[in-house]
Write a protein that binds this ligand. Structure first.
Ligand code: HEC
Length: 90
């Protein structure tokens, strides 16, 4: 089969569009996953002993202190604590 220049351009454009779509989607998905993790950890851990405090209950600075305090209570790793704090600070 002979591929004309016109056909080739069309094929290339479809390919590029598909790549772009996957690229954008990949980023969006990554971001949602990262957000979910902090939120998930928060919802799974922070209401075991009391109501999960909402993110606007404390300032960003206060959340750091609360995070340190509750990390020892909830037995979280530093990584988990950071994710929860990051989620609550937004
Ligand atoms: C093992 C039980 C337990 C878990 C799990 C727990 N907390 Fe607490 N939390 C407490 C207790 C008890 C207090 C009140 C006494 C204190 O401050 O130690 C408290 C108090 C708080 C307060 C109030 C602090 C203040 O100064 O008024 C906040 C905010 C809070 N927790 C957030 C969290 C967050 C966020 C998480 C999840 C990372 C969490 N807690 C997980 C037991 C827990």
């Amino acid at each position: 089969m002979k591929i004309s220049a016109k056909n080739f351009t069309a094929i290339a454009l479809v390919g590029l569009a598909a790549l772009g779509f996957i690229g954008i989607n990949g980023c969006v998905e990554g971001k949602q996953l990262a957000e979910k993790n902090g939120m998930k950890l928060w919802s799974e851990n922070c209401q075991r002993c009391h109501f999960s405090p909402s993110s606007n209950a404390f300032s960003n600075e206060e959340w750091k202190t609360v995070g340190m305090h509750m990390q020892s209570r909830a037995l979280l790793t530093s990584n988990e604590r950071d994710k929860i704090i990051e989620f609550l600070q937004n």
